[in-house]
Design a protein around this ligand. Sequence first.
Ligand code: PEP
Ligand code: MG
Length: 529
Amino acid sequence: MQQFSGRAAAPGLAQGSVVWFAETACGKTPQGTPAQELEKFRLAREDCTLRQAQLYQAAREQAGEEAAAIFELHGMLLQEDLEEYVRPYIEQGKPAAEAARLGMREVGALFAALDDDYMRQRSEDMAELGEELAAAIEGGAAPTLSRPAILAAQQLFPGQAVSLPKGLLLGVVLQKGGAQSHMAILARSMGIPLIFCPEAGPDWHGRTALLNGGTGGIVLDPDEARQAAYAQSARALARQTALLESYRGKPTQTANGQSVALLANIGGMADLPALQISDAEGVGLLRSEFLYLESPNWPTENAQYAAYCAALRALPGKPVTLRTFDLGADKTAPYMHLPACANPEMGCRGLRFGLQNPHLLKTQLRAALRAAACGPLGIMFPMVCTPDELDKALTLLEECRAELAAEGTAFGKASVGCMVETPAAVLYAAELARRCAFLSIGTNDLHQYTFASEREGEVLYAAADPALLRLVGMTVQAAHAQGCRVNVCGQLAADPAATRALLALGVDGLSVPPGQVLAMRRHIADITV
Ligand code: PEP
Ligand code: MG
């Protein structure tokens, strides 16, 4: 028995024998003259165009219109005049497949430089099409399955997945790919677990595997005990999923009719797929600092703008609350050169860091204001202690608005709020609420600063200790008196043991991890406040 821990990309469980798909195993034809290579490219393009139409039909039947749209789009992009980008590479002596890859990447780079956000995203589609054209030229086979199996491969295109007979594809393990790839989106639409695992290889072929697409866990050659545990989890998951699915699209309400907004917390852009299938009513907390931590340098205004628009597009028309970077403490990267300090949790972090580095905060605020033109974006400041700090942040925001207006750059009307994560912020709740459209209580930090008990350390005080709940109650009362809404976005929001108390205190919204939205809606429906 062997166990692997891969990156979870589409949830679900699968058990079956592995079929390893060696995608370029089919014979490559030898390189011909430039004229022959050009002809290979033209034939491959016709082939791919025809294939996109077939895949569109297949995907529509198997996964619905939304998932099928990828193939319609690819068909349209193949109609463009692509030859002028590919021909120069062939004339330089490159084989048709490589020329197709390079040429399409060049078109992709042109798309990436455009102002239009939608066109910029098409740049990835062009790279994907370049790979498909190259596969068609090299004779890369589509995988085939003759019996239900788990498909493992280095890489798989969405087209290859939908062309497999429905019902035979139990799960997929790929060496390469990202949670935001079309393959991952498609797997989620098809309800097929997908895991990215670099250790997968041809030696997996024919072996039995258990996949958990929710955790990324893979067991090869499971022993009997593992198989029995899997069967039990599969039965429990099936029952649980069916039950939770009945809450999808329903309003979030207690048994006695009290409504509450059920929102999701997300970190990096890798969480967007999970957000899309969560049925959340919006994003209550986008921890934007993850964008900074994943980046080799300070992310540019444009990179941030693109990321925030992507978050808004993931839940069209629904509110997304962007928290400005809460850097410092445990969230640092080497390029940031944050000042050393004896106790970083109490040092230069969150808004303090932003106010000491206003150019960094302003870059983010400009990106956020621009993104607010794409959808209902809220901007929320972290680790606020005093109204004075919030005023300084609001002044920077105003400066950004004025600059964008003077430049003639489009921006939107973002609602503004702040987090309540320190006892000082609770005591200042009325003053903060007067300046804000909403407050959001970060119970993770509020707990550690209230009990002088570090959040990463041993749990010394209950998560829902009455002292913490009193602070929540004080915040809600003070904010409501100013007509300001209050959400809770710390872990307590997702703790079923605390839900009743939070709702009884009058909290307006709970923001929880995307995977817990449906379970929380079900739990709330059973509560009487
Ligand atoms: C919190 O402190 O509760 C919170 C939501 O912020 P973070 O967990 O990112 O510090
Ligand atoms: Mg916090």
